[in-house]
Unconditional design. Structure first.
Length: 607
């Protein structure tokens, strides 16, 4: 970690310069998100929401969003499914920068350093014009913020739980009118040896640990200019579960560096954000935990991104986003030998506000990817405040995902003739708000062409080809209620339901690991110094084979969590969580049950 820390600092200071915009007192790196919210429904989770499911990001998304999470045992390999799409069709965005792996083409859910983020945004629907490759089903935004005029603050959150699980994060920050500095360090470790007797299952070799450091800084040079820096160091080790004591235990190690510098310029009707970023991923797979690594890889990404906004008047805004990336990768025993590709993209968006209650956005984007032919992307969005309590948002877009390094160069099997996956999609949001109650109904339709699948070949190995066309349609419903009953009584509730029909266009069969139905709920109550919350999640039958075999399908299940905490002496709070109160036997991946009833005790100190 020492070597990683030093190299990250050097890279950060010499290589970066990029940014985003928000209010004068709070700085958010992802400046596009506020504009995205105007035309799309986005779920925002705060650091307090993340602490309810502090074990990992899989738990957060499972219980607080419509996203389906496929997890090979708690803390192990985990992948998301947004609206019936694949993990590679979900974009992970770190402070405005797409961080999907150049090798796998997807984000690593359980290797994100969850508690180090100030907020997490979940955006269903396409977003490739703004957020790039992979933003087909949706995007998950991992955001840090920097406050001004807050003085010196700090907090310590520490949690101990079943299966010798420990999770601790220290946060500290200082800010005045011109300077904001923030640091956090997080360490999580677990033996993770839970047992599910009903399945005759023991999570053997399931232990893991991860360490995360985050550092942020923002300085106002003058009234018009602000420069900011955000960096993250991440180190982890995951042992993969094995079914039998005689099976050779394996493990997977990851080390990531992410760093960006942002410069924001504001003057009258011009806003410009320049970002220089560097991201690095290193991973090693060990076929035996006692032997040297058997495969692995190292990837480095150099990114320059500029976001220019010009306001012609109060009704018309022109936004030009340009980006250049150089992706480098080298595999170990994978046949990937020192590969590199250059990517340049140019996007233009026009936002028009003809009336107070009506607004439009249209965008077009072209990516120029070395050795890959990419389509012209577009998006058309609109918002109409039809009634005092009702508005409608709609979006029609074309999105894409280009092949990963593994898809192109893995040996044997890599296919350099692959085409990008493309998707045409339409989604709507009907939003109702009456006093403390809000309801959002979001029907959607996605048609995906040239989906990349790895299939067996006549030569005895697997290879990726553009084969499947997929149609996905359905609807998401979310209800929110927040009420301050009296000075001492507060209640909040969130209920969500999703229906997703995602079928192979040729066979008309439901895709694997895409449940037709999912329901989730979060209810919280506060009384003076006491807080209480209850979480529920019901998942419908989920097929694990392409022929909809009922024998291999995951049965429906309902899981209930709860937690209670109390604040003592203003700055101290202690709490207790019960996970899986119902003691439900359930799987999100065939043959890998998740834990039965388990417990966590936590303490939070603010200073």
């Amino acid at each position: 970690m020492k070597k990683v820390f030093v190299s990250s600092c050097l890279i950060s200071f010499t290589l970066c310069m990029a940014q985003e915009k928000i209010i004068d007192t709070v700085y958010v790196f992802d400046n596009q998100m506020n504009r995205v919210r105007n035309f799309h429904h986005v779920t925002k989770l705060t650091s307090s929401d993340l602490e309810k499911n502090a074990t990992n990001l899989s738990e957060v998304l499972r219980f607080q969003s419509p996203v389906y999470i496929k997890e090979n045992g708690r803390g192990a390999v985990s992948s998301p499914s947004f609206r019936g799409t694949t993990a590679q069709q979900t974009a992970f965005v770190w402070n405005g920068i797409n961080i999907n792996s150049s090798f796998l083409g997807q984000g690593d859910i359980n290797n994100t350093g969850l508690l180090g983020y100030d907020q997490l945004d979940i955006k269903p629907g396409g977003g490739s014009v703004v957020y790039g490759s992979g933003a087909i089903g949706g995007s998950i935004h991992l955001n840090n913020t920097l406050d001004f005029n807050k003085g010196l603050k700090g907090s310590l959150y520490s949690e101990a739980g079943s299966y010798e699980t420990f999770n601790t994060i220290l946060r500290t920050s200082y800010s005045n009118e011109k300077l904001s500095v923030k640091f956090s360090g997080n360490y999580a470790i677990s033996k993770n040896d839970y047992e599910v007797e009903e399945k005759n299952y023991i999570n053997r070799n399931g232990n893991y640990y991860n360490t995360t450091f985050n550092f942020g800084l923002s300085y106002k040079l003058n009234y018009n200019n602000k420069i900011s820096w955000q960096s993250q160091l991440f180190d982890s080790s995951q042992h993969y579960p094995v079914f039998f004591e005689t099976t050779t235990p394996t493990k997977y190690k990851t080390q990531n560096i992410r760093s960006l510098i942002a410069w924001e310029y504001n003057k009258k009707n011009i806003n410009n954000n320049l970002r220089l970023a560097y991201t690095e991923e290193n991973f090693q797979y060990y076929a035996s935990i006692t032997e040297p690594k058997s495969s692995g890889g190292s990837g480095k990404n150099y990114i320059i991104k500029n976001d220019f906004n010009y306001f012609l008047n109060d009704k018309l805004n022109i936004n030009i986003i340009s980006e250049f990336q150089q992706n480098k990768g080298e595999g170990y025993l994978s046949g990937i030998k020192d590969v590199s590709r250059n990517i340049f993209s140019l996007a233009g968006l026009i936002r028009y506000f003809p009336f107070k209650k009506l607004s439009f956005e249209t965008g077009v984007k072209k990516d120029f990817i070395e050795d890959i032919s990419s389509p012209l992307l577009f998006s058309f969005s609109g918002k109409w405040n039809a009634l005092k309590f009702y508005n409608i948002k709609t979006s029609f877009s074309k999105n894409f995902r280009y092949p990963s390094f593994n898809d192109l160069y893995w040996q044997p099997g890599g296919n350099i003739n692959l085409k990008p996956e493309t998707a045409i999609q339409l989604d709507m949001n009907h939003e109702f708000k009456i006093n403390d109650f809000s309801l959002v109904i979001s029907p959607f339709y996605i048609k995906i062409k040239d989906m990349i699948r790895w299939l067996p070949t006549a030569n005895g190995y697997w290879a990726p080809i553009n084969t499947d066309n997929v149609e996905s349609y359905g609807s998401e419903v979310q209800i929110d209620y927040r009420k301050k009953i009296t000075e001492n009584h507060n209640i909040n509730a969130q209920l969500g339901y999703s229906f997703t029909k995602s079928v192979n266009s040729d066979t008309q069969k439901q895709l694997m690991y895409v449940p037709l139905h999912k329901f989730f709920s979060n209810i919280g109550y506060e009384y003076k110094f006491m807080k209480l919350y209850i979480q529920g999640m019901w998942n419908g039958k989920t097929y694990t084979t392409s022929d909809e075999s009922n024998n291999e399908a995951l049965k429906s299940y309902f899981v209930l969590n709860a937690g209670i905490s109390g604040t003592l002496l203003k700055h101290y709070s202690v709490g207790f969580k019960i996970n899986n109160i119902t003691n439900t036997v359930y799987e999100t991946t065939l043959y890998y049950p998740l834990p039965m009833r388990n417990y966590n005790l936590f303490v939070n100190i603010n200073f």
